[in-house]
Write a protein that binds this ligand. Structure first.
Ligand code: ADP
Length: 547
């Protein structure tokens, strides 16, 4: 829902006067064109996923006014990004790049420092520069979404030929998701591992290309097929950081495997989690289980149907397990607790070989049930997983935010080995801390290859201050306790970045100091995305910005 607030004056970044800021923006308008710079002096509107705001986080866990942009600018090409970076250095105005800003659950489009000028790359830099059907590669700008690439493959008649790996929600930017190290659900699900070569505008305005794109001449020839080039592999420092603005990226695409088949198994008891992990690990590492697969708790399955919690339960506190189970009775999960969603790829004879092994192994869990997809109605969640695992973008996943009125979500996402003891420990930790804060626990284990992320989305009412505070406390407790047990977050929300960076404190914080040294060398004025991923330039450090 839109929640207009009155604001007559723009938000101004700290250390800059209002008049200076407005003068700086006038100069930026002369560089980028009047129409490509917007002062954020209007009431904040939340919109929804496909019409999201670029001034703030539409799912904010803090007060909406905390992480909010002072202005938004729309550069149209790499040269204009360079101009903007130089402008920021002249005026010492913090800038915050986004590709499309649909990073929901992790901060959306919001900058970490209030009053920053958001560099919205996606609006005008949205070209697919190349699609190469022989090499199965493409070269994209920041505004190309998973949907956008998928549709273009359709227009060129290439959809049967090659697939786009898509995350749970397909409206985000390929570059945005990849630099934040997001994942999808085909065998090409590790987006960072699948990218190849970047063009980056550095915080001082130089432009570099990494990998093969760095060749003096003809770099396009091998840009997408070999990620490393020669010399140090620099790409890593441009993911989950604030060291540069990515303006182009090579990406690999998956060949159509010649057939695919989704499968779903359910398992009766919460305690089945441990033994299941022992079954999943060897199957996944040997790629009999071929894709990034999901083991979801029944509470999440119920929420994914899209009805509010109040439909099932009007009491206070967490929803009782017996109500969850009665709500699930009519769903494919029935009276069971866990649902595993996977996909097998290839022609029928290849699939049947793998599916038989999977069936024999999963059947070792007493009571295990294989769901027959032909019994499932069209709008069943299973089919959303089926589309995503076969390269068709989707947004069904959003439905579970309806669980709370004015629903928003924020994630706890620690990494663990795929082992019985670890899964059980993390599950118990999450369950206990959720219970303590009276929050419904909706865990899903996302199995990578040798590791898994436990993804727990806390759904909250973004208009309820008390509920938001509780959700944040719950998260902070889980992050700290999990880190003490050896489980670090793979990615996090803006508000938790300092805390999570702090948990990677080995060697007396050696990695953090290394990042600071890089930051100061690359961005001496500290103008680029200050605070992102817990990295602050010298100008900001020790002045109370960390939270
Ligand atoms: P999406 O719309 O795909 O979810 P976002 O545009 O919200 O992705 O990007 C996620 C985060 O990654 C942003 O908040 C920003 O910090 C960072 N980011 C996105 N695009 C770029 C880019 N082109 N260069 C540098 N950092 C980026």
């Amino acid at each position: 829902p839109a929640k207009p607030r009155s604001r007559e004056v723009p938000v101004v970044p700290q250390g800059v006067s209002r008049d200076q800021f407005l003068e700086a923006l006038e100069e930026l308008k002369r560089e980028l064109g009047e129409e490509n710079v917007e002062v954020n002096d209007k009431p904040l509107k939340d919109g929804w996923y496909m019409e999201h705001p670029n001034t703030h986080d539409m799912m904010t866990i803090l007060d909406e006014e905390e992480f909010v942009a002072g202005a938004v600018a729309y550069p149209g090409n790499t040269d204009e990004v360079v101009k903007m970076v130089k402008w920021a250095n002249r005026w010492l105005v913090p800038i915050f790049p986004i590709s499309m800003g649909r990073n929901l659950g992790y901060g959306g489009a919001a900058p970490r420092v209030r009053g920053s000028v958001t560099v919205d790359l996606g609006r005008r830099m949205n070209k697919i520069l190349d699609i190469n059907p022989q090499d199965y590669t493409c070269l994209v700008e920041p505004g190309v979404s998973f949907y956008g690439l998928y549709e273009e493959l359709g227009r060129r008649g290439l959809r049967e030929h090659m697939w786009v790996d898509t995350p749970d929600l397909g409206g985000g930017s390929i570059i945005g998701n990849t630099v934040d190290r997001g994942v999808g659900y085909t065998p090409y699900g590790d987006h960072w591992a699948c990218h190849s070569g970047l063009e980056v505008v550095l915080p001082t305005g130089e432009v570099i290309r990494t990998g093969m794109g760095a060749l003096t001449e003809g770099g396009e020839n091998t840009w997408g097929v070999f990620p490393y080039g020669f010399g140090p592999y620099s790409d890593g420092i441009f993911s989950q950081s604030n060291f540069g603005i990515v303006t182009k990226m090579g990406m690999t695409l998956m060949p159509n495997p010649g057939g695919h088949e989704s499968f779903m198994y359910t398992f009766p008891k919460e305690e089945d989690l441990g033994p299941l992990m022992e079954i999943i690990r060897p199957l996944r590492i040997s790629t009999i289980l071929e894709n990034v697969a999901q083991l979801r708790h029944v509470t999440q399955t119920i929420a994914a149907a899209g009805l509010p919690k109040s439909h099932f339960f009007s009491g206070s506190g967490t929803i009782p397990p017996e109500i969850i189970h009665s709500a699930a009775a009519a769903s494919p999960v029935g009276d069971h607790t866990w649902a595993y969603y996977g996909m097998s790829y290839g022609p029928p004879h290849i699939r049947s070989y793998k599916l038989a092994i999977i069936d024999a192994e999963f059947s070792k869990i007493p009571g295990c049930r294989k769901i027959d997809p032909s019994t499932l109605p069209e709008d069943e969640y299973f089919w959303s997983r089926d589309r995503i695992a076969s390269g068709t973008p989707d947004i069904h996943e959003l439905r579970w935010v309806n669980w709370a009125p004015n629903g928003a979500h924020i994630a706890f996402s620690p990494v663990s080995p795929i082992r019985s003891a670890d899964a059980t420990k993390l599950f118990q930790l999450g369950k206990r801390i959720h219970e303590k804060y009276g929050i419904d626990f909706m865990p899903a284990f996302i199995v990578g290859l040798r590791e898994m992320h436990l993804i727990v989305e806390i759904v909250f009412d973004r208009d309820d201050r008390e509920e938001k505070e509780r959700a944040l406390e719950c998260l902070r407790d889980m992050v700290d306790e999990a880190a003490r047990e050896g489980y670090g977050e793979y990615r996090t929300h803006l508000v938790l970045m300092d805390q999570v960076a702090g948990t990677y404190g080995w060697g007396g914080g050696a990695l953090g100091r290394f990042n600071e040294r890089l930051k100061d060398a690359l961005d001496p004025n500290g103008i680029l995305a200050p605070g992102r991923c817990g990295i602050w330039g010298e100008r900001y450090r020790g002045r109370g910005w960390e939270m």
